[in-house]
Unconditional design. Structure first.
Ligand code: NAD
Ligand code: TYD
Length: 350
């Protein structure tokens, strides 16, 4: 019996990782540790919450004593650390939350693991989940590899870069058995509707403007969230300590062409005449310091661990739209209350 601590398991990617592990590894005890911020939602895990190998613990990773207590209470064999403040726009308006959670929170977990595991680390693993945004912004050509120099440009990416450096420092200094992965933009079910795709689906459904920053020429490399969760499973079990693995979809889209594709799918699904949803596209003030382009070279992960993305983007997007349309209640619950305040400050009062 192994005990695996997954942080941020009530969030978007974390819920897919928790679900995958609970179902695939009945002999693992899966502890989902989450503070349940605005982005954490236990409804994301309704289908597995009563499984005997699953346990939820409400804790804040910025609480150092709390983290030590968790490691004292449970004999933890592995950590998969996803808990973070994750939205660039929020990091622009409120950077301090990102410093506390992403940097201090990560160090608290590293310290708790180190204190608890001591020299006895042979069967242990500390897996830190990170983003391609740490590498900065690309021009029209080139890809991020594992050796691309860090050049973060938003408070979010700078806080993630900082946490990556600290994780590596604990490997070199204290021999903590760490592994890191840096992934491109994810999409799929259970994503909080502050991010481009679920926000746009929800707005189209409600006949509201689709806000596109600047001219919509920025490029992102989109990966289906279940492909990311599969990569996390593989790297957790087979990745080499001290190594970094880049994960990406090899699937670059400008924001405007992605939204046009989404509009076509939405027209079809909602039985609206062709071209209806596109009329909702509204160009708004650009994001401050908006990174132009991200693109990941995931050949190391493909070559060494045999991973590859499973879905064509058009199919993944259609599947994603189907999910959001079938789960209106999930969306309506999230977008009531505080979401409206966020939406107004981000899009109405600018
Ligand atoms: P998310 O915002 O959907 O979820 C974050 C989760 O962390 C939430 O459940 C939240 O309650 C929890 N959390 C936040 N602060 C906490 C704290 N102080 N203590 C305990 N729990 C806390 O994020 P996501 O999109 O699922 O991203 C998960 C991880 O993957 C993050 O580390 C992010 O940097 C990384 N990542 C995300 C993407 C992406 O496209 N979404 C891409 C690459 C990497
Ligand atoms: P987002 O989903 O916030 O992810 P990230 O900033 O981590 O890449 O944004 C994806 C892209 O979409 C990014 O270039 C910013 C852009 N964007 C908009 O044009 N409008 C929006 O309302 C949002 C949220 C994002």
């Amino acid at each position: 019996m192994k005990t695996i601590l997954i942080t941020g398991g009530a969030g978007f990617i974390g819920s897919h990782v928790v679900r995958g592990f609970v179902k695939k590894y009945p002999h693992y005890h899966i502890i989902n540790l989450d503070k349940l911020t605005y982005a954490g939602n236990l409804a994301n895990l309704k289908d597995i919450e009563n499984e005997p190998n699953y346990e939820f613990v409400k804790e804040d990773i910025t609480d150092a004593e709390g983290m030590n207590a968790v490691f004292q209470k449970y004999s933890i064999d592995g950590v998969i650390h996803l808990a973070a403040e994750s939205h660039v726009d929020r990091s622009i308006s409120n950077p301090m939350e990102f410093i506390f959670t992403n940097i201090v929170g990560t160090v608290n977990l590293l310290n708790a693991a180190r204190l608890s595991w001591k020299e006895n680390t042979e069967q242990k693993r500390f897996y830190h989940i990170s983003t391609d945004e740490v590498y900065g912004s690309l021009g029209e050509t080139g890809h991020f590899t594992e050796t691309t120099a860090y050049d973060p440009r938003s408070p979010y990416s700078a806080s993630k870069a900082s946490s990556d450096h600290l994780v590596r420092a604990y490997f070199h200094t204290y021999k903590l058995p760490v592994v890191i992965s840096n992934c491109s933009n994810n999409y799929g079910s259970f994503q909080f509707p502050e991010k481009l795709i679920p926000l746009s689906i929800n707005n189209i459904r409600n006949n509201k403007p689709i806000p596109i920053y600047g001219k919509g020429e920025n490029i992102r490399d989109w990966l289906f969230v279940e492909d990311h969760a599969r990569a996390i499973d593989l790297i957790f079990h087979e990745g080499k300590s001290g190594e970094t693995y880049n994960i990406g979809g090899n699937n670059e889209w400008t924001n405007i062409s992605l939204i046009r594709e989404l509009c076509k799918i939405m027209d079809r699904k909602l039985n609206r005449p062709k071209g209806t949803s596109e009329q909702l596209i509204t160009f708004v003030k650009d994001r401050a310091g908006h990174d132009l382009r991200y693109a990941i070279d995931s050949s190391k992960l493909q070559r060494e661990l045999g991973w590859k993305p499973s879905l064509q983007f058009e199919d993944g997007l259609e599947k994603t739209v189907d999910w959001y349309l079938a789960n209106e209640k999930w969306m309506n619950n999230i977008t009531s209350g505080d979401y409206q305040k966020y939406y107004e400050s981000q899009y109405v009062k600018r």
